[in-house]
Design a binder for this molecule. Structure first.
Ligand code: NAP
Length: 471
C-alpha cells in the first residue's frame, strides 16, 4: 500500500506489515524519505490556510461523508484490522463501527465551536469596553498513533483536528499502518483538501521525531507508551502537547458488589484485544469475604474463552502483537509466580498466543503490579478495608481509569473522591469508554484530554477581542 503525502499516493523503500497470528507478510508500506516528510509539512502549512477558510458546515459535511464511507467499507476495514493487529473479527468490526460513530460526533461538534462574551463591566475602569473570545484552528496538527486500536485512535485525533479547521499529518504505528492509510483515502474521497492531509509511514524514532521537532507544527497529539511520550515531550519544544499514555488499571470489588457483574467486567476488561488496551483491567482488589467465590467464578469464565485464529468468527481472543512482546509478557507472569503469586489459570504461550491468565495473591513490586503488562492477564488480590483497597489502587505512577463495584453509595462516593485517576467508573468495567467522554490520565498516564469536544479544545487557540466603545 502507498502512503499519502499531501493527498497523493507515494511509494518508497518498503517496510513489511506482518499478521501477528502466523508471521506472514500482509502488505508493505513505504519508509518515508526526508523529502516526503518535508513535502507533507510544507503542504500542511498551505493546507492549514485552506482549512481555516473552510466553513464549519463544510467541515461537518466532510466528516459526515467520511462516516458513511467507513460504513460502506466495513468488511474491508475489518479484515485489515484483523490482519495487521491480530484482533478478532468481532473486535475489529466494532472498532470500524466505533470509528464511523466518532466521525459523526466530530461532524456535530464542528458546528458548535464558539467562544463567550466577557463581562468587562465587572472590572472598575473597564465599563466602556466590550469583548469576547473565539476559538481559532491551531494550524498544523501531527497525530502519532499506537498499534493496538489504529483506526479509532486515529479518528480521535484526525476527526477533532478537521472539525476545528486544522491540517493534519498522521504517523501511524509501523506495525499497523494499513487501516489508517485506507481511512486517509476515504477522507480525501469525502472532500478533504489534499494539501491538508498526509498519512506518512516509517519509524517513529526517525519520521515521527522529525515531525515532532518541526517548528511549523503547532500541536502534537500522541497516543502510545509513557517512554515515547516522555521523549516527544523533551524534543517537541514550544508546542501544544496532548499525551494519551499507558496505565495499569485497578478495579475494586466490594463485599456488597454484584459478583457476577464484576466477574464479567474483569473478563471483558482484562482480555479484549488480548489485554492490549491502555485501560485493560490489570489489578483487581476483591473484598476478602467474597474473594474465593469471585476467583472461582473468574476461573470458569476465563477458561471458557476461545483463543486462536482471529480470522475465525468464533474466536474470543487472538494473539499479541509480536513474539518479542509475547516473550516479555510470559517472563513477567513467570516473575510473579517465582515471587509467590498463585497461578489460577493460563500462563502457557505458543508463539504469539498466550492463554488468558489469572494470578492471585500477587506480591507488591512485581512487574504486573507496577508496570503496564499490555497482555492477557489479571492479578487478583484481597483486601479488608476500602481505605486499604483505594490506597493500593492509587499506589502507581499511572492514573488513567479505575473502577469500583459496590452497592453501597458511601463506598462509591469515597472511591469517586479518593481515586487519583482521570476516570472513575462505578459498577462497570474500568475499560468502559464512550468517545464523547473527556478521556486522559493523571500522573504518568498523560497530559490533556481526548474525547471529541475536549480534543477540539486542545487543537484550537483562544483569540480574545476587546473593543473600546468610547462610551
Ligand atoms: P509506542 O511504541 O510508544 O508507539 C506509539 C507511536 O509512537 C508509534 O506510531 C511509534 O512509531 C511512534 N514513535 C515511537 N518512537 C517515537 C519517537 N521517538 N518520536 C515520535 N514518535 C515515535 O506505543 P505502542 O507500543 O504502539 O502502543 C502501546 C502503548 O500505547 C501502550 O503504552 C498503551 O497504553 C498506549 N495507549 C494509550 C492509549 C490512551 O488513550 N491513553 C490508547 C491506546 C494505547 P513506530 O510504530 O514506528 O515505533
Amino acid at each position: 500500500m502507498k502512503m499519502l503525502v499531501a493527498g497523493e499516493k507515494v511509494g518508497g523503500k518498503e517496510l513489511p506489515v506482518v499478521f501477528p497470528y502466523d508471521g506472514s507478510v500482509v502488505d508493505v508500506v513505504p519508509d518515508a524519505s526526508d523529502e516526503d516528510i518535508e513535502r507533507a509539512l510544507s503542504k500542511a502549512v498551505e493546507g492549514a490556510t485552506v482549512m481555516k477558510k473552510t466553513p464549519s458546515w463544510k467541515r461537518a459535511e466532510i466528516l459526515e461523508k467520511t462516516a458513511k464511507l467507513i460504513m460502506s467499507n466495513l468488511e474491508k476495514l475489518t479484515d485489515l484490522l484483523v490482519l495487521e493487529v491480530g484482533k478478532t473479527k468481532r473486535e475489529a468490526r466494532s472498532e470500524v463501527i466505533r470509528t464511523a460513530e466518532l466521525f459523526k460526533m466530530c461532524a456535530e461538534e464542528a458546528r458548535r465551536i464558539h467562544g463567550e462574551t466577557l463581562p468587562f463591566d465587572s472590572l472598575k475602569g473597564s465599563e466602556s469596553k466590550r469583548g469576547y473570545f473565539v476559538r481559532e484552528p491551531a494550524g498544523v496538527v501531527v497525530a502519532i498513533t499506537p498499534f493496538n486500536v489504529p483506526l479509532a485512535l486515529c479518528a480521535h485525533k484526525v476527526g477533532p483536528a478537521i472539525a476545528a479547521g486544522n491540517a493534519v499529518i498522521v504517523k501511524p504505528a509501523t506495525k499497523t499502518p494499513l487501516s489508517t492509510i485506507v481511512l486517509g483515502e476515504l477522507l480525501l474521497e469525502a472532500g478533504m483538501p489534499p494539501e491538508a492531509l498526509s498519512v506518512i509511514t516509517g519509524s517513529g524514532s526517525r519520521v515521527g521525531m522529525k515531525l515532532v521537532k518541526d517548528p511549523r507544527v503547532r500541536v502534537v497529539s500522541f497516543t502510545g507508551s509513557v517512554s515515547t511520550g516522555e521523549t516527544i515531550a523533551k524534543e517537541a519544544g514550544l508546542k501544544k502537547l496532548c499525551m494519551e499514555l499507558g496505565s495499569n488499571t485497578p478495579m475494586i470489588v466490594c463485599e456488597s458488589a454484584d459478583i457476577t457483574k464484576a466477574v464479567k467486567a474483569t473478563v471483558s476488561g482484562g482480555f479484549s484485544i488480548a489485554g492490549q488496551v491502555c485501560i485493560s483491567v490489570q489489578r483487581v482488589y476483591v473484598h476478602k469475604k467474597i474473594f474465593d467465590e469471585f476467583l472461582s467464578m473468574l476461573k470458569i469464565s476465563v477458561e471458557s474463552l476461545k483463543v486462536g485464529d482471529p480470522r475465525d468468527e468464533s474466536t474470543d481472543m487472538g494473539p499479541v502483537i509480536d513474539e518479542a512482546n509475547a516473550g516479555r509478557i510470559e517472563e513477567w507472569l513467570n516473575e510473579a509466580v517465582r515471587k509467590g503469586a498463585k497461578l489460577v489459570t493460563g500462563g502457557e504461550r505458543t508463539g504469539t498466543l498466550i492463554q488468558p491468565t489469572v494470578l492471585a495473591q500477587v506480591p507488591k513490586g512485581t512487574f504486573i503490579m507496577t508496570e503496564e503488562l499490555f497482555g492477557p492477564a489479571v492479578a487478583v488480590n484481597e483486601f479488608e478495608s476500602l481505605e486499604e483497597a483505594i490506597h493500593e489502587a492509587n499506589s502507581t505512577k499511572y492514573g488513567l481509569q479505575a473502577a469500583i463495584f459496590t452497592n453501597n453509595l458511601q463506598e462509591a462516593f469515597k472511591a469517586i473522591e479518593e481515586l487519583q485517576f482521570g476516570g472513575v467508573i462505578v459498577n462497570e468495567t474500568a475499560r468502559y469508554r464512550a468517545d464523547f467522554m473527556p478521556y486522559g490520565g493523571y500522573k504518568m498516564s498523560g497530559l490533556g484530554r481526548e474525547g471529541v469536544r475536549f480534543a477540539i479544545e486542545e487543537m484550537t487557540e483562544i483569540k480574545c477581542i476587546v473593543v473600546e466603545t468610547g462610551k
